[in-house]
Design a protein around this ligand. Structure first.
Ligand SMILES: NC(=O)c1ccc[n+]([C@@H]2O[C@H](COP(=O)([O-])OP(=O)(O)OC[C@H]3O[C@@H](n4cnc5c(N)ncnc54)[C@H](O)[C@@H]3O)[C@@H](O)[C@H]2O)c1
Length: 257
């Protein structure tokens, strides 16, 4: 399948997890990929996997100047940009009483300001290309809050709002802006070596398992493709049904009698 043939896609946080899966999926659909991350060693390995279909470069999404240099490298190599996937993100656990201003702000600078920088930095490129598509990675935490994650939840709620604003403002340039909202996905963000039970615990979704990064990448690939040509400002959950409601466990048969 070559549905993204001729397109150039930028993916932030491409060194591992969902970003790596998205970069490889878009390349498999025919796009040339510009992958950025702060984890340069892992990123280099993804660059090798992409081969001639991609280039990778250091990108710190918090820093506007880093975006400019990174995109220059990308356009020098491929000449244009059609797609942006704002995927980079960080997670932190801290109760309101223990959270510090510095840590709160640091997380926001990646999860919310980073995506703002990305959209602002690619806008002129997408306009020049005659239109394009942006996908922002939110979370089910942008729909329903989690305790002990005030910085993370508020950053994703905010990016949800920013996604809608961008969808409205960029529509006139033929740029679609959508959001993907993953539930629990098997990546280093949530599966750590010191927590071997996490995969099982996080698998308590209606579909009965944790999601895989490739399942998010598939939805992103749809949203940036022409198959989603009339979709903008939309939010697509990829969460195994987790935010659909409460899954009630049926009582034993004789309790109904
Ligand atoms: N894994 C989940 O269960 C889950 C659920 C919902 C949403 N998400 C979101 O999905 C996205 C991808 O996360 P993941 O699960 O692949 O986690 P991950 O930790 O494996 O990957 C996140 C990537 O972002 C990069 N990154 C962090 N700070 C950066 C910065 N300043 N500049 C550039 N890159 C930076 C990291 O180096 C890493 O490669 C994040 O936005 C995350 O909030 C994840």
């Amino acid at each position: 399948m070559d549905e993204l043939g001729g397109k150039v896609a930028v993916v932030s946080g491409a060194a591992r997890g969902q970003g790596r899966a998205i970069a490889l999926r878009l390349a498999a659909a025919g796009a040339r990929v510009i992958g950025g991350d702060v984890l340069t060693e892992e990123l280099a390995a993804v660059g090798e996997e992409l081969g001639n279909d991609g280039i990778v470069g250091r990108l710190d999404v918090r820093d506007r100047a880093s975006w400019v240099t990174f995109l220059e490298q990308g356009t020098d190599a491929f000449g244009r940009i059609d797609i942006l996937v704002n995927n980079a993100g960080v997670l932190r656990r801290a109760g309101l009483d223990r959270e510090t201003s510095q840590a709160f702000e640091d997380l926001w600078r990646v999860n919310c300001l980073g995506a703002f920088h990305g959209m602002q930095a690619v806008h002129s490129h997408l306009r020049r290309a005659g239109g394009g598509a942006i996908v922002n990675t939110l979370s089910t935490a942008a729909l329903t809050a989690w305790s002990m994650h005030g910085a993370y939840v508020s950053s994703k709620f905010a990016l949800r709002g920013l996604t809608k604003v961008a969808a409205l403002e960029l529509a006139a340039d033929g740029i679609r802006v959508n959001a993907v909202l993953p539930g629990p996905i098997a990546t280093p963000m949530v599966l750590r070596d010191d927590d071997p039970e996490a995969r099982h615990r996080l698998g308590a979704t209606p579909l009965g398992r944790i999601g895989e990064p490739e399942e998010v990448a598939e939805v992103v690939c749809f949203l940036v493709s022409d198959r989603a040509s009339f979709v903008t400002g939309a939010e697509l959950t990829v969460d195994g049904g987790m935010t659909s409601g409460t899954l009630l466990v049926a009582p034993p048969a004789d309790a109904n009698e």
